[in-house]
Design a protein around this ligand. Structure first.
Ligand code: PLP
Length: 389
């Protein structure tokens, strides 16, 4: 029996999770990984901060930097890092922009990314390469590359004496696999390469996710850590903190990192203030139980897609709440085809799922969160089987 065969049934739903979200029950939400979903108690707490803000804006903003700093301290502890190395940012999109603005690049320098990277992150790197004359080198990781050592060796094989920067995913978006492991980061550092980890999916999904050894690491708390959108964290290595500049000049510029990046004038800081409530909720539910539940349910969903719809499971990184499977050749190879597949699942089955184009057959990703139930994956598998004919 393989890991993908359905020898293990779905997990028991966790107590107290039936009414925890305000999701529309008529819809099967099997794509938590894209936008997350904010639990109702966290929505309420954020609403209270909004009410406080609207009752007395001057009073609210007067001591806001200190309150944001307190939230940052709490978030840094949960991520296993120091509060003076972490700036709260809205999301990964912002974090990569801040990061790229502080890494010096010159004509001829090489930057490594992989073909599993997130679209706008890779595009931001490409734009920076074009601006500076650096060369972008995309490491191809064949979809069937086994996990761990094989991934690390494939990336390291592309390093040359001109490689100065590597922008790698902690957990990839289209293919749900771990790339920037501590081992790989250490090896890159050994070659003198500055490392950037797009860890958009790590907070909440992994225990103590900030990998030591990354020069820059950023993650979203609004995906798997039950925080309101938009709550992201940018963590910077000690030798970089003095070099980080905000993209727009801040009143807090004179204080340097993290204040310069975090304070962006008049802005909605309520997601940051409410984010610790999401961490509390994860703790109350039992973060390890949540992770085990999600991993088992995602594995169950993937097994159903393999058995009933004939999809091919991709190699699995242990401990994740998402799984990815290969669609047959000729299906979802282009973006419009992948979009049409997702739209078909929505129109015909009220299923929210995600498929990404890939040469030779697209990739479908399933997510599992505590609100998902086993029967939803049965609908998904039956629907995909039907659409594939
Ligand atoms: C790996 C990865 N990086 C970056 C992002 C962008 O996140 P955001 O839209 O919150 O900036 C995503 C979003 O899904 C992602 O999966």
């Amino acid at each position: 029996m393989t890991e993908h065969s359905r020898t293990v049934g779905p997990p028991e739903p966790l107590a107290g999770t039936d009414e925890l979200f305000s999701l529309d029950r008529a819809v099967l939400h099997l794509n938590h990984g894209s936008f997350g979903s904010v639990p109702v108690p966290v929505q309420r707490i954020q609403r209270r901060f909004h009410e406080e803000q609207e009752a007395d804006p001057d009073g609210f903003y007067a001591d806001l930097p200190e309150r944001v700093a307190a939230a940052r301290t709490r978030i840094a502890a949960a991520l296993g890092t120091d509060a003076d190395r972490l700036a709260l940012v809205p999301n990964a999109t912002d974090a990569i922009a801040v990061t790229l603005a502080c890494v010096p690049l010159a004509p001829g320098d090489q930057i490594l990314v992989t073909d599993h990277g997130y679209g706008t992150v890779t595009q931001a790197v490409r734009r920076r390469a074009e601006e500076t004359g650096a060369e972008l080198r995309t490491v191809t990781l064949p979809l069937d590359t086994p996990d761990g050592v094989a991934v690390r060796e494939t990336v390291l094989a592309e390093v040359t004496d001109r490689t100065v920067l590597a922008v790698l995913d902690g957990i990839t978006s289209p293919t749900a696999r771990r790339i920037a492991t501590p081992d790989l980061l250490a090896a890159l550092r050994g070659h003198g390469v500055t490392t950037v980890v797009d860890a958009a999916h790590e907070p909440g999904m992994l225990a103590g996710p900030v990998p030591g050894g990354a020069d820059f690491w950023f993650g979203n708390l609004h995906k798997w850590a039950f925080a309101p959108r938009a709550t992201g964290a940018l963590v910077v290595g000690p030798e970089w903190t003095g070099k980080v500049r905000s993209l727009a000049l801040s009143w807090e510029d004179y204080r340097g990192f993290p204040h310069n990046v975090e304070w962006r004038g008049t802005y909605d800081y309520t997601p940051y203030l409410a984010a610790p409530a999401g961490l509390d909720l994860l703790h109350e539910l039992g973060a390890d139980r949540v992770r085990r539940h999600n991993e088992q349910l995602a594995a169950y969903g993937a097994a159903l897609l393999a058995e009933r719809a004939g999809l091919t499971p991709l190699p699995v990184s242990a401990g994740l709440s998402m799984r990815a499977l290969r669609l047959p050749p000729g299906v979802a190879e282009t973006l419009p085809e992948a979009q049409e597949l997702m739209a078909g699942m929505w129109r015909r089955h009220a299923v929210r799922t995600v498929a990404r184009p890939w040469p030779g057959g697209g990739v479908m990703r399933v997510s599992a969160q505590v609100y998902n139930r086993a029967h939803e994956y049965e609908v998904l598998a039956a629907g995909v089987a039907e659409l594939l004919g």
